[in-house]
Each structure stands twice: as structure tokens, then as C-alpha cells.
Ligand binder design. Structure first.
Ligand SMILES: [Zn+2]
Length: 455
């Protein structure tokens, strides 16, 4: 009897190749593939296992027998979004930054520990926001563990990470056991810190180039330059926080590969634009983080239904507390921000100048900072980029293809092309007509698996 039973079992099994590679066909949506071409109406997107097999007009893509077909007529499909600047050690809520605001009943160390112990809400917020990859640009060493687990985890976006920041300034209130900032005090430190960081295989070395004394610029510049040279010697790229035009210029001259923020003190000039273009620098605007700090400090911060749904539960509610703070509790940086000038027009003008100069812009938020919620903030950033004068299509390329360039993963991510990983978002509205339609998320796939579906 045994051979017969075995034969029956074998017969009942589907052919091996079909069992190994399930095929999903998304049929009928308009596809924005991120390659720069026009959107494809009534498209078929064929996903085989974790990768895209075909993307094209319905009539040109054959759906194999046995494929699972999902009708998405009237909807819009685009590559998964990529946020080029986040920090998982920060909550995005009111208690994220003790150097901004300190509230005794919500100590910073406890906020950090709770994220480390239970990162899931912070990770899944990205998937609910249609963000399938992020770059963590500085934090505690434990980010490398999150990164290493992220690739195949259906509860996490793909993570590229810097690990500890090399800072020309060490913010004492942020430090716990010597992290997240390593003291980049001079050139020798620059070389030694890169040596120490390299074994963790950072995807990008992050330098915090903050000049605290007027006479300290040249010493800081030399330390930054030494760290960049050491990193390049190990084949590592470097992202620099340099928000004034002169520090940004010095960072790029010293070899910075990525500017992780906008220039926010004055308009960028021709010489700077030419330098960035020649050096093929990537520019990450992070406009939303400046906006958010100012809005928090002025009591103007609000969250809509999408912000609440696509961010870690409870973080948006922490801002209710602001109204109850006594005036003497708002000190230092928070107090300065209550009367800070509105830099939005300058940030937007600089973004447009950089973009029009042909410099590659990667969309990024600085999520985790106070008021910049994980996940949801990407959609505020996209709206601010369009407000700056980019078309929705251009802003979406910054948030997809250019994000993949930032991650150095253009071969796998960033566009809807055969062979790439099937990270994609299906929307209920056309984001090219109105960029706020990126918030109307129906379905999110990462590596061919459904990781979020609207209820
Ligand atoms: Zn940052």
C-alpha cells in the first residue's frame, strides 16, 4: 500500500516550481514606476515570490495560470517609499529630546529603553505609511541588530544604519553610556572612531558637524575631514549634518557624500551648487523636522487621522501635554523655538535651487525628533517638497528611486522594474494629481508579501 499512497501524494502536489514561486498579479491600476517615464494606465504588475517579474500595460503582460489576481482598477501603484533620514532611538513624541524639553515624569533614558525593548510599534508605523525602507542616520549601537533583522521581517521596513554619530559637539543630555554621540574632538579621533565603527559595517558614516565656538571652525573642519578620509579609505560613504552654508560647503569640499539636512541659514549660491553637482552629493532636505519643532514650540502642532493611524500609537497624543506646561518648564532650545523665525520659505527655496541645479535629492524627514512622527511624517515632507516647487512626480522620484541611490541599493529598490524586490504601495487616489493622495494607502507589499492592508 505504501508506494501507492506515496504516488497519490506526489500527484496531488503542484509542480515544484509553482510551489516555490507564487505569482501575484495586480491588475488595472495606473503604475508610476519611478523610472522617469509617464505613468502606465491599466497596468499589470506581476510579482513572483519576492521580486517583480513584469510591469506593463495589461495587454502586454501575460498573467500565468494559477496566479493570484488582485483587481486594483482605478487605483495607483508606485514603488515603496524610502525615508532617507530617521532615528529609531527617538520616539517622535514630546519626550524624544531632553535637550529640547525635559519633563521629570518622562525621563529620556526610559523613552530610549522602551523603544529598544519594544521597537515593533516604531517599525510598523513605516509600513502603515507606505514606507518600505529607511536610513537610520545616527543612534545607539543596537540599531545594527534592528538593521540585521529587518530585511526579511514583515513587521519592519528595510533599514540601513549609521550607528553612533561622530560629533564635533557632544550633546551631554543625549548621552547614555557613551552613546549615541562619539566625540570627534580632533583629527586623531576622526581616524580612531572610524576604525572603531567599521567592524559594525555601517551603511553610512554619520558626522555631526556642529561648530559651537566662533574660533572652533577650523579645528572642527579638520576633524571632520580626517574622519571622511578614514571612512573613504575603508570604502564607507559619509553623511554630514552641516546646516549652515559654510559648514555644508566645507563638508562637501572635504568629501562628504551626503548632506543629511537642508542648508538653513542663507540662500545657497552658485559656487555651492556647482560643487555639490561636481561631487555628486546627495541632498536630503528634512524640511518637516524644522517645521515640526517650531510648531510644537508655538503650540501649533496638530495631527490628523492619517498621522495617528500611520505613527506609533500614543506618540501624537503626547503633544497634548504641551498646553499644560508651566512657562518655567519651557526653557533653552524649546523657548528659543517659540520665537524662532519661520525658515520654511528659505528651506523650500534652497531645495528648489538644489533640485534645479541637477543635484540628486533624496526625500527624508529626520523622524524621531520631537514632532516628527515615525512613518506619517514622510507624507508631510512630500507635501512640503511640492510646496517648494517640485512636481508631485519629481517629489515621488526623490522618495523612491533617489532613496535607493542613497541606500546604494538601486539594483534592488526604488523603481518598479523586472528583477527588483517587490516593495510597492497601492493608493486609492492619484498622487500625481494631488500629492496628499499618497496618504490614501490601500495595500503595501515588501518583498512580495502584503505587510499592510487598509481595513
Ligand atoms: Zn537627524
Amino acid at each position: 500500500m505504501l508506494p501507492t499512497l506515496l504516488a497519490l501524494l506526489l500527484q496531488a502536489s503542484p509542480p515544484a516550481t509553482q510551489a516555490e514561486t507564487p505569482v501575484l498579479a495586480l491588475v488595472g491600476a495606473t503604475a508610476f514606476d519611478g523610472t522617469g517615464g509617464p505613468p502606465i494606465p491599466d497596468a499589470t504588475v506581476l510579482v513572483a515570490g519576492s521580486r517583480l517579474r513584469a510591469v506593463g500595460p495589461r495587454g502586454e503582460v501575460d498573467v500565468p495560470a494559477g496566479a493570484q489576481v488582485e483587481e486594483v482598477a482605478g487605483k495607483f501603484v508606485l514603488p515603496g517609499l524610502i525615508d532617507g533620514h530617521v532615528h529609531f532611538f527617538q520616539s517622535g513624541g514630546l519626550y524624544a529630546r531632553p535637550d529640547f524639553l525635559e519633563v521629570p515624569d518622562h525621563p529620556y533614558a526610559k523613552t530610549v529603553a522602551s523603544i529598544r525593548e519594544k521597537p515593533a510599534p516604531y517599525l510598523t508605523s513605516y509600513l502603515r505609511a507606505g514606507v518600505t525602507s529607511v536610513v537610520d542616520v545616527g543612534g545607539f549601537s543596537w540599531i545594527f541588530d534592528l538593521r540585521d533583522r529587518s530585511e526579511d521581517d514583515p513587521g519592519s521596513p528595510r533599514i540601513a544604519a549609521s550607528g553612533p554619530l561622530l560629533g564635533t559637539y557632544v550633546a551631554p543630555k543625549l548621552q547614555i553610556d557613551g552613546e549615541p554621540i562619539w566625540d570627534l574632538r580632533d583629527e586623531a579621533a576622526g581616524r580612531a572612531l572610524v576604525e572603531r565603527l567599521a567592524p559594525r559595517k555601517p551603511d553610512l558614516v554619520k558626522i555631526w558637524f556642529v561648530v559651537r565656538q566662533a574660533d572652533g571652525f577650523e579645528a572642527s573642519r579638520k576633524a571632520v575631514a580626517a574622519a571622511i578620509e578614514a571612512a573613504h579609505g575603508k570604502g564607507l560613504r559619509v553623511g554630514v549634518h552641516a546646516t549652515e552654508l559654510e559648514t555644508a560647503r566645507a563638508a562637501v569640499s572635504a568629501g562628504a557624500d551626503v548632506l543629511v539636512h537642508s542648508v538653513d541659514d542663507r540662500p545657497v549660491d552658485e559656487a555651492f551648487l556647482n560643487l555639490c553637482r561636481e561631487r555628486k552629493v546627495l541632498y536630503c532636505p528634512t524640511i518637516v523636522v524644522s517645521e515640526s519643532y517650531r510648531r510644537v514650540a508655538r503650540g501649533e502642532w496638530t495631527a490628523d487621522a492619517f498621522d495617528r493611524a500611520a505613527s506609533p500609537e500614543g506618540e501624537a497624543d503626547t503633544f497634548e501635554r504641551w498646553k499644560a506646561l508651566k512657562p518655567e518648564e519651557i526653557r533653552g532650545w524649546a523657548q528659543q523655538m517659540t520665537r524662532a523665525r519661520d525658515r520654511l520659505p528659505l528651506l523650500q527655496a534652497n531645495l528648489l535651487a538644489v533640485h534645479e541645479a541637477g543635484i540628486t535629492v533624496a526625500a527624508a524627514t529626520d523622524a524621531g525628533n520631537t514632532g516628527t512622527l515615525h512613518g506619517a511624517s514622510m507624507h508631510r515632507e512630500l507635501a512640503l517638497m511640492v510646496g517648494a516647487g517640485l512636481t508631485p512626480a519629481e517629489a515621488l522620484v526623490c522618495a523612491t528611486r533617489n532613496g535607493a541611490i542613497l541606500m546604494k541599493r538601486e539594483k534592488d529598490l526604488g523603481t518598479l522594474e523586472p528583477g527588483k524586490l517587490a516593495d510597492l504601495v497601492v493608493l486609492d487616489g492619484d498622487p500625481l494629481a494631488d500629492v496628499s493622495n499618497t496618504k490614501r494607502i490601500r495595500l503595501v507589499l515588501k518583498g512580495g508579501k502584503v505587510v499592510h492592508r487598509a481595513p
